[in-house]
Structure formats: structure tokens, C-alpha cells
Design a protein around this ligand. Structure first.
Ligand SMILES: *[C@@H]1O[C@H](CO)[C@@H](O)[C@H](O)[C@H]1NC(C)=O
Ligand SMILES: *[C@@H]1O[C@H](CO)[C@@H](O)[C@H](O)[C@H]1NC(C)=O
Ligand SMILES: *[C@@H]1O[C@H](CO)[C@@H](O)[C@H](O)[C@H]1NC(C)=O
Length: 181
């Protein structure tokens, strides 16, 4: 457990900024972290977690934030990768099989392209993974600023480039909605 102390945020804090929007505190993981970046996604020797694991990292962030351990271990991308490998958790093309997350306490609700719907789910205690950069990458929604309705800014935990936290609607392909059970 000790090695997780620096990277894992246990508390879910709600920090409200003066602007009138809320940032949810969600454990941040990077897919290229030296602890797991070189491991193979779904044991596929041509796919490292570093190169292909941004969705895996996002789901690991959500499980860890909602205090859902796997086999009594705190969840990180490596722990989740192993679990999925052993539990039909990957589909063809090494895509994550969301149904396999049900057994570890995470329910896949649906995928939507309408971001207003995603906002409503976010505000009712759901977790949202945004598919960004023309479908290539993923990030976990931590808040959004809709003070300018014509230019809503979405804030994410970005597992690829952590400093890039702001995403515009035009860069979001779909939103994947989850509910912790
Ligand atoms: C991973 O792949 C290697 C090479 O194909 C294979 O020998 C090994 O059994 C696989 N491991 C698992 C856990 O599936
Ligand atoms: C591993 O990934 C490569 C590249 O996407 C793919 O062509 C190959 O079929 C995958 N291997 C397996 C065993 O699924
Ligand atoms: C996905 O997971 C579900 C639930 O464990 C399982 O029934 C299904 O067979 C899995 N799908 C694939 C393609 O492995």
C-alpha cells in the first residue's frame, strides 16, 4: 500500500471555486507511469499500457476514487489490466469489455454524444469518461464551466498529458457514463 500513498487520493473532496462550478477530486493516473507503462495491454506484445492504455487508466481512476478494490488491492492500471485479462474483460481489438466491470462495482450506463446529457449525469453522481482527440484518447471528467453556454469548458484528469486539463466541446467525440455500485 505504501507506494500508492503519493499517487492515490483517498478522499473525494468537492472544491467549489468562485466561478460557480465544481471540480471533483478524482485520483489521477498516467498511462506512461514507470510503474506500469511498459506492461502489455491484454498481454498483447504490440500494445503497451503507455501507448494504448488511456481508457484503462481512466477506468482505474474511477474505481480507485470510488474505493472499489480488486482482490483487496487498490486499483491502478496494472491491477485493472490483470483483472480484465483474467475475467473476459477485453473484447476483440483489446477493447475494454465494460460488462466485466460490473463484478468489481462499476456499472456502465451508456455512451452519449450529447454533452448536455453527460453534464446532467455528472451532476447526479455519475462518472464520465470523455473520448477526445478524434477518438484516440480518453480523460475523466472532473468538472465543467458553463458560464458561457456557447463555449462550455470541460476539465479532465488527462492520463496522457496531465497538464492539459481543458477540453472544448468540439474536441469531444462521445461521453461514456458509469455509476459506482
Ligand atoms: C501472454 O502471451 C504470451 C505469449 O503469447 C503467452 O505465452 C502467455 O501465456 C500469455 N499470458 C497470459 C496471462 O495470457
Ligand atoms: C495485438 O494488437 C495488434 C495491433 O492492434 C493486433 O493486430 C493484434 O491482432 C493483437 N493481438 C492479439 C493476439 O489480439
Ligand atoms: C464481457 O463480460 C461479460 C460479463 O462478465 C461476459 O458475460 C461477456 O462474455 C464478456 N464479453 C466478451 C466479449 O468477453
Amino acid at each position: 500500500m505504501g507506494s500508492f500513498k503519493n499517487t492515490v487520493l483517498i478522499l473525494i473532496l468537492l472544491v467549489t471555486y468562485g466561478q460557480g462550478y465544481t471540480i471533483r477530486s478524482i485520483t489521477a493516473y498516467q498511462n506512461c507511469d514507470v510503474k506500469w507503462g511498459r506492461e502489455q495491454l491484454n498481454n498483447n506484445s504490440s500494445k503497451s499500457i503507455c501507448q494504448y492504455g488511456s481508457l484503462l487508466s481512466c477506468v482505474a481512476m474511477i474505481l480507485q476514487t470510488s474505493s472499489k478494490p480488486i482482490n483487496s488491492r487498490p486499483v491502478n492500471p496494472a491491477v485493472l489490466n490483470k483483472y480484465l485479462m483474467n475475467n473476459n474483460g477485453f473484447k476483440q481489438g483489446d477493447e475494454v469489455n465494460f460488462s466485466a466491470l460490473e463484478q468489481v462495482g462499476l456499472h456502465f450506463v451508456k455512451t452519449v454524444s450529447d454533452l448536455k446529457t453527460a453534464q446532467e449525469y455528472f451532476n447526479s453522481n455519475h462518472y464520465i469518461v470523455l473520448n477526445i482527440n478524434y477518438g484516440k484518447n480518453y480523460g475523466v471528467l472532473i468538472g465543467f464551466d458553463d458560464s458561457d453556454k456557447s463555449n462550455v469548458i470541460y476539465y479532465i484528469n488527462n492520463p496522457i498529458i496531465p497538464s492539459e486539463t481543458k477540453v472544448a466541446a468540439k474536441d469531444i467525440s462521445v461521453a461514456i457514463i458509469f455509476k459506482a455500485l
